[in-house]
Write a protein that binds this ligand. Structure first.
Ligand SMILES: Cc1ncc(COP(=O)(O)O)c(C=O)c1O
Length: 366
């Protein structure tokens, strides 16, 4: 069979999403028992206690399909977010929603604008649809350059992804910058703000995308239970969209896209605001410890509004390997002059600090 003729040409240049190394792989490769996986921006702790209990209680009922309409969770989320059901779509992680949005909106010849470096799934979903990627370099301080992004919008632009806070740099754009940007976006371009790290933010200047969401303007907002809520392995994210777009996404999603365990875990997670605060506060304390270590060692980094820190390096592959030899798995990007270090538990931070001290002593500088 001629597979080149069979498989859509757009898929040719695409590469599978490359997940970070798993702790078990590193344990096997290095022979070390004590490995810290700080490469996928996961939460160091398990799901919230109420979520765990709820998820356990449904395991014996997995012979039955999930609720395809996600009724209970949607009702709870609508209450929690103050939005109407017709605007809410729940996905198999927010990743699924990114792909569904691209499938609903983009085709060959359409342009999709996003910052770079940013979340690697934006170019992937764009390529999948044969649309044209328009990557706008981050500006000063590795922050979205929103004026340049507005300049990059043409009559062919259908979609703009904004990642706030941005993965991998952890930076945010401000309310004033966002408002000025929204004023410049023409009506034919849909803006989707990806707020996967929303719950970790502490800046008073952070523009909560839902405060700008009215269901009328061309704005969508994505969030996830994978990060502060520790449900990355269950797969559940959600988005608020204008009703016609929400309807389109519902037409093309799989009938049972959100599994039962994920629905129940997410539902009970929303009951525990105190745990969200506790995790946010601890994350903030651990970041401060990391910053102090980097300052002391002369390591350049970008202050972060998330649970990871972007650390500049002229030799990221070497730094990645050197940290790995101390049992700390970070993310290097192949191209960007940096590694991304996840913020873990207090104990993870102590191990990370010791690893950076050893690596700087060995390599001289990063
Ligand atoms: C910016 C951003 N958006 C979306 C996602 C996807 O999250 P999930 O599919 O687990 O909800 C991630 C995951 O790392 C992310 O960093």
């Amino acid at each position: 069979m001629d597979y080149e003729a069979l498989i859509r040409a757009e898929l040719g240049p695409m590469r599978p999403y490359a997940p970070g190394l798993r702790a078990s792989e590193v344990r096997e490769l290095s022979g070390r028992d004590d490995v810290r996986k700080l490469s996928s921006n996961e939460n160091p702790y398990g799901p919230f206690p109420g979520a765990l209990a709820g998820m356990r209680s449904v395991l014996a009922k997995l012979n039955v399909y999930p609720d395809g309409s996600v009724r209970a969770l949607k009702r709870r989320l609508c209450e929690h977010l103050g939005i109407a059901d017709e605007h809410l779509v729940v996905g198999n992680g927010s990743n699924e929603l990114l792909r569904l949005i691209a499938q609903a909106v983009l085709g060959p010849g359409d342009e999709c604008v996003f910052a770079w470096p940013s979340f690697v799934v934006y170019p992937m979903v764009c390529q999948l649809m044969g649309a044209t990627e328009v990557r706008v370099p981050l500006g000063e301080g590795e922050v979205h350059d929103l004026p340049a992004m507005a300049d990059a919008i043409t009559e062919r632009t259908k979609l703009v992804f904004l990642c706030n806070p941005n993965n991998p740099t952890g930076t945010i754009y401000s309310r004033a910058e966002f408002e000025a940007f929204l004023d410049r976006v023409p009506e034919h371009a849909l803006v989707v703000v990806d707020e996967a790290y929303f719950e970790y933010t502490t800046s008073a200047d952070y523009p909560d995308g839902l405060r700008y969401f009215d269901g009328l303007r061309g704005l969508g907002v994505l969030r996830t239970f994978s990060k502060i809520y520790s449900l990355a392995g269950a797969r559940v994210g959600y988005g608020a969209f204008p009703e016609p777009l929400a309807s389109a996404l519902n037409k093309i999603r799989e009938p049972f896209n959100v599994n039962t365990v994920a629905q129940v875990g997410a539902f009970y997670s929303l009951d525990d605001e105190a745990e969200v605060r506790r995790r946010r506060d601890e994350n903030q304390e651990q970041k401060i410890r990391l910053y102090a270590c980097f300052d002391r060692l002369g390591v350049s980094y970008v202050p972060s509004q998330t649970n990871f820190v972007y650390v500049h390096s002229v030799k990221p592959v070497e730094v990645f390997q050197a940290l790995l030899s101390h049992g700390v798995i970070v993310r290097d990007f192949g191209t960007a002059p940096a590694v991304r270090v996840g913020v873990g538990s207090p104990d993870d931070t102590s191990v990370t600090i010791a690893a950076f001290e050893a690596v700087v002593a060995k390599l001289g500088s990063l």
